[in-house]
Each structure stands twice: as C-alpha cells, then as structure tokens.
Design a protein around this ligand. Structure first.
Ligand code: SIN
Length: 486
C-alpha cells in the first residue's frame, strides 16, 4: 500500500501510550476483501491485553477527568486536524481492509472527523444546572461528570467513523477509553490511535486492542468493575448478550444495533427524488449499513414507474476492487456475508419475487454480489424481517397510507425509516406514526455529526452525535446545599 505516512500502518496494539505485541505473541492476518490478498499481520490481543488496557485507562482516568474542558478540547482539535491532514492515507487503509470504494472511504474519513470536531467544541459545553428549590434554606444544583472508563466495541462496516463517534464524546466528557475494533478492520483503528498519540492524549487515555477472540475480549470489558460504560455498534444478537453481561456490574450501555429500514414511496412523491434517495440509502457501502433501506414500500399507482426507473439507475453501478477508480461499488466483507445475501435472494425468488436487475453473485470474486432489485416482494419473504446487509432492494407494494405505516412498523427493529410525499399533512402524520429513531422525509441521507443517531425497539439504546451525544458519557450528580439562612 502506497502511503504518504507509512508509519500510519501499525501492526501492534496501542496500550498505555505504547505499541505492544500481544501477550500471547500471536498475530492474525488482515485481508483485502476484494481479492483475499494479505495486507499484513496484526497482534492478536486477548484477555490479558484487554485487561492491561483497562488498567491503564483506569490509572489515567482521574487526571484526564480533571483536565480543563479547554485542554481536552484542544487535544481533540489537534486529533481532528491530523485526521483531515492524513485523510488520503486513512482512506487508502480503510478501502484496503474494508473494501468500500475510495470515494466512499474518503467520505467516511470526513464523516468520522466531523464527530471529533463536533465533540471538541462540545467539550466546553457540558454545563450543569441550578434547579428551583423546595424551601428557602436549600439550593439544588446538578453537575455533569465523566462516567469513568468507557469500553467500545466497534464494527467493520465503518472502521473509522464508528470509533470517532464513540471516542470523541467519551474523551470530551473526560472519560478514558479502551476500544476493540472488529478483527476484519483493525488497521483503521490503529491508524487513528497513531494520530491520537501524535495529537497528545496522555498515556492510558486512548487504547486499542485488536484480536480475533471477540467474545473473550468482550467478556473482560463487560465484567470489569473498572469499566463504567460499554458502547457497542453491531448486531442485535450480540448486543443482547453484551447487555446481559453488563447487568452484573450495572454498567451504562449504548447500543447501536441492527435495522430493517422501510423506504416508503407514496403516489404523490417526486419520483426522481425518491429514486435518488433510495439509491443513496440502499447501496451505500454495498448495502452494509444499519440504516440502509431494507424494504422499499411503493404505492400501487407509481409502483411500475418507480421500479423501472430505479432498476435503470441500479444497472449503472460498476462492481470492483475499491481501489480501482472505475468501481462504484465494492465487495461484501466476507464470503459468509455473500452466502447470506444469496440465501435471502433465493428465498424471495422461490416465493414469487422476480429480479429486474442482478439477483446473483457476481463473477468477479467470491465476495461480490450483483446490485439487485427484486419486484413483487411480499411480507412472507425473509427479506421483510431480516436485515439484508447487501446490495439488494426488495420492492413491496401497498395500497394506502395506513397499510404503509402498518407494514413499516411490522418489525422488532426501529432504527431508520424514510418516506417520500409532497403532502405536508401526510409528512406529519407518517413521521409521528413511524416507530423509528431516525426518519428521512424526502431525504435518503440523514447521517451527520449534528444529529442524534440511534434507534428504538431492538435497534438499540442511546444516541450518538449531536448535542445529545455527550449525555451517554456523563453522570448527572445532584448537589443539595442546605442550612442556608436566607
Ligand atoms: C452504521 O451503519 O452503523 C452507521 C451508519 C451511519 O452512521 O450513517
């Protein structure tokens, strides 16, 4: 890999301000999902390494927490500037290990950096409150204090931004952090650690432990009494296990879990805008985001027109290695991911759907699936209830608004939903009826550091980003000042 700063490509864990081999001495390969090429080997951290990271974070906690907000803000600002300065290298590393095309990787670095910038500013606004008192001899105050050491488990689909979205608010609030990135994409995490080191975070404040033994390492994070909060982005299945484990030490948790986003197109929608929105929301990262549209619900009157125009656009995607400048869509992360998408499509086809474009694995590599549009999908198909996490758009038909809302809410998930209409009364009715944490109205791209990201129902707990994002990393403390004589 050609980098301007080859030293951003790290292969050891970052614990207590030091680059450390795994205690076991083991290493694991990191591969490019586009072609299976081995990029490097990384220290295969285990329970001893995570334990050391937590101990270091705990030792650094008191001093970091008592730094002034301005000092924390300045170090975060430096980290932000370094990320922006080295965004080309960070994007190259991200594409090599994750597969998304370079333009998307570059956008992710900008998106990830925006959380660092935002929370560097928020660090100075973690304000308390003075409340009305019940009697004249008392004054009631509320202060916000860092919750303590934070553990973060981050996914492979956004190897940069899901780290900064957790680390930046934690660090701004005065928490030290230990991060376990997905073993498929450790290099982006280690590159961020290299820049955090350069930015000047004191030893122990920011730690990264990579490793293949995810459940063992996770158990150390969830069981340690030194860790006061766990933040996780990943599947609902794993999130539930982690929540159960955290119960033993009553940790605060933030859970960004799975989704099953409906994308509703009403007859009165601007059809071009709806096609553009569906493309953006469905095929970002080859369909591998928690907020990707999973079920496209289209009203009877425009179903055929929408299907034809949408499929024509989907045919324009060019699959390829993310480093290839012609490619507009990369591979899926693993062969198993491709197997799952294949099984979901086969299930839909066997129950009466038809593929108007795509519909099978691509011939260019075993991790590639053709960008697909399925017509005549029905709720009896697995794609109605299961998160696809691939470039497949099933189109469902509905008759009226009531039916659209019922179909949209007929799921245990509640992360993101989208709908297109030009009727203002319908905008409010539908927005209020949808049981989702994030709603795109005539808009397929909702993510921003300035907005709260998070879901309802089994899609999670807590919000990341925005002015609300710091709340997950602080404790409210109530001070009752009594004995006053006025
Ligand atoms: C995710 O898929 O978990 C994150 C997507 C986003 O932040 O836009």
């Amino acid at each position: 890999m050609q980098l301007q700063r080859p030293d951003l490509l790290r292969d050891n864990n970052y614990i207590n301000g030091q680059w450390q081999a795994a205690a076991s001495g083991r290493r694991f390969p990191v591969e490019n999902p586009a072609n299976g090429e081995k990029l490097t080997e990384v220290a295969d951290g285990g329970t001893a390494d995570m334990d050391a990271a937590i101990t270091a974070a705990d030792a650094a906690q008191a001093a970091w927490q008592s730094e002034t907000p301005k000092t924390r803000a300045q170090i975060l600002q430096r980290w932000y500037q370094l990320i922006i300065e080295h965004r080309r290298d960070l994007a190259a590393i991200l594409t090599a290990e994750q597969g998304k095309v370079l333009a998307e990787a570059d956008a992710e670095i900008g998106y990830g950096a925006s959380y660092v910038e935002w929370f560097s500013e928020e660090a100075k606004r973690i304000d308390g409150d003075i409340l009305a008192a019940p009697s004249r001899d008392k004054r009631l105050l509320v202060i916000k204090q860092a919750i303590g050491v934070v553990a973060a488990i981050t996914p492979w689909n956004f190897p940069n931004a899901m780290i900064t979205r957790k680390a930046a608010p934690a660090l701004a609030a005065g928490c030290c952090i230990v991060i376990k990135p997905a073993h498929e994409t450790p290099l982006s995490a280690l590159a961020l650690a290299a820049l955090a080191d350069e930015a000047g975070f004191p030893a122990g404040v920011f730690n990264v432990v990579c490793g293949t033994q995810a459940s063992d390492i996770g158990s150390v994070m969830t069981s340690s009494p030194l860790v006061r909060k766990l933040s996780f982005t990943g599947s609902t299945r794993v999130g539930k296990i982690l929540m159960e484990q955290c119960a033993a030490t009553v940790k605060k948790t933030s859970m960004e879990l799975g989704g099953n986003a409906p994308f509703i197109v009403f007859d009165d929608a601007d059809i071009d805008a709806a096609v553009a929105g569906a493309l953006a929301s469905k095929y970002r990262n080859a369909g591998q985001t928690c907020i990707c549209s999973n079920r496209i619900l289209v009203q009877d009157g425009i179903y055929d027109a929408f299907a034809a125009r949408f499929a024509a656009e989907v045919q324009q995607f060019r699959l390829g290695d993310g480093r290839d400048s012609d490619a507009t869509m990369g591979p899926l992360i693993t062969r198993q991911a491709c197997d799952k998408v294949t099984a979901l499509v086969d299930d839909a086809l066997s129950k009466g759907a038809s593929a108007i474009t795509g519909g099978r694995r691509a011939s260019i590599g075993e991790h590639f699936f053709e960008p697909t549009v399925l017509r005549d999908a029905t709720p009896a198909m697995r794609v109605f209830q299961e998160e696809i996490f691939g470039p497949v758009a099933p189109l469902f038909r509905f008759e009226d608004e009531q039916q659209a809302i019922a179909l949209a809410n007929d799921t245990n998930y509640g992360l993101a939903a989208y709908f297109y209409t030009q009727n203002l009364n319908r905008v409010w009715r539908v927005a209020e009826a949808l049981e989702y944490g994030i709603i795109g109205i005539n808009e397929g791209v909702t993510s921003s550091e300035m907005a709260p990201f998070g879901g309802m129902k089994e899609s999670g707990i807590g919000r990341e980003g925005s002015k609300y994002g710091i709340d997950d990393y602080v404790e409210l403390k109530y001070l009752c000042l009594g004995g006053l004589d006025n």
